[in-house]
Design a protein around this ligand. Structure first.
Ligand code: SF4
Length: 224
């Protein structure tokens, strides 16, 4: 896109998107909902793992059921993985996630004194924890600047033309380069909600989007 993507440009887009979302009333639930209720890094880590390949509403309910029986890392580590799986069912891959969550909890209990690590490299060393999960834990759990790229952020950043990338990992790298740091933490929540309500994966609602005239709409074949 031809627009100069400086701080004012992003300030303007973030304001336009936030204003548009306000028209929809209460936001739909997401992992941020868990963080807003309780900024506990343990809860952000667990609910983000549950959220992978799982609808947001299912994630919230599954997380709440699990936290009711495992309010902290020590309790989670003491549970049988089948009990964890049953609590988070019907989240996607709930059996595998039950084993993964139990393993992560054991490692954090035994090697990190039951404290969720607050640095990227250690988080990425935990079984099955990828860039998205680690970034979200740093962002929402610890308030540390990191860019969390999930499917919504990856898709919308490409549609608008901020980046031209094939994978969320490439998008994260590009956004680090072009996005001023003060936007790193709010980016995920804003674009996840924008992706749920306006720039939807299938047939985005371009006619009500405030950047309809300037958006590159890359990859958009059908819109409303
Ligand atoms: S104009 Fe359409 S494709 Fe572009 S950001 Fe808005 S809703 Fe998404």
């Amino acid at each position: 896109m031809n627009t100069t993507m400086d701080e004012n440009y992003f300030d303007n887009i973030f304001t336009l998107f936030s204003d548009r979302l306000a028209d929809f009333g209460s936001p739909l639930p997401s992992v941020s909902t868990i963080a807003e209720e309780d900024n506990d890094p343990y809860k952000v880590l667990v609910s983000t793992i549950i959220s992978l390949r799982t609808k947001d509403a299912v994630t919230i309910e599954a997380s709440r059921r699990l936290f009711a029986i495992a309010p902290d890392i020590r309790t989670l580590a003491s549970l049988d993985s089948a009990v964890i799986s049953e609590a988070i069912k019907p989240a996607g891959f709930y059996k595998r996630k039950g084993e993964q969550l139990r393993k992560i909890a054991e490692i954090i209990r035994d090697e990190y004194n039951s404290e969720v690590p607050s640095d990227m490299d250690t988080l990425l060393s935990l079984p099955g924890v990828g860039l998205k999960t680690a970034s979200l834990v740093l962002n929402l759990g610890f308030g540390i600047d990191a860019i969390c790229v999930d499917c919504h952020v990856h898709e919308i950043a490409n549609r608008i033309g901020w980046v031209s990338t094939k994978t969320p990992e490439e998008t994260e790298k590009e956004l680090r380069r072009i996005l001023p740091m003060r936007f790193w933490i709010p980016l995920n929540e804003l674009l996840v909600r924008y992706g749920q309500l306006v720039c939807t994966p299938v047939s985005p609602k371009c006619s009500i989007c405030p950047i309809n005239d300037s958006c590159g709409k890359k990859g958009v074949e059908k819109s409303r």
